[in-house]
Design a binder for this molecule. Sequence first.
Ligand code: G3P
Length: 217
Amino acid sequence: MQFFVDTANLDDIKSLQSMGLIDGVTTNPSLVLKSGKPFLKLIEDICAVVPGPVSAEVTAADTSGMLAEGRKLAGIAPNVIVKVPLTPAGLSACRQLKEENILCNVTLCFTPMQAVLAAKAGAAYISPFVGRLDDIGQDGTELLRDIRDIYDQYPDFETQILAASLRHPAHVLAAAKIGVDVATCPPDIMRKLFDHPLTEKGLAAFQADWEKTGQSI
Ligand code: G3P
């Protein structure tokens, strides 16, 4: 299982990268807005820090616009993955970019059959949005399970499942148990994966007892 970090915050990316925790990065226009940085330079900077896949999203709504933007984004660094929406225009762009050896992450996936369409369009990654389905009262992890089951029946599908919109550690656990290829987590969720009160309590007790030994290593 791979971990990507879902952020456009370079400081968070650097800090998690230094712990060896992340295999890649996903961004989207909302995260770019939050970063307050110019998009193209930001992607260049992220790619300089993280050698793994870095998703950068197109903003055009039509195929030709997506192709132009996708080629430009892919030209920034060899590890850029072009993120396209799960629309007819997005899947056409995905197919065309694949023929040009540019990999795509198809985003905004909310049904198993959308994931099948993305696989048929040659997507390198499909991004099912777990938390946003939970937001409307559906079971987001069920979507991951369905896509895993379907993809496993068709070995010719090369698309990797990239679980997105993960909002808490239980989502990440569910994604891991289902066997997704990648979980993309916001930095705070990734940090929460470390936490357990017994870890903190146990460490405090060990430190206190060590002090009492009067020794040093
Ligand atoms: O990168 C897409 C994604 O993970 C969105 O998450 O929390 O905005 O639904 P969220």
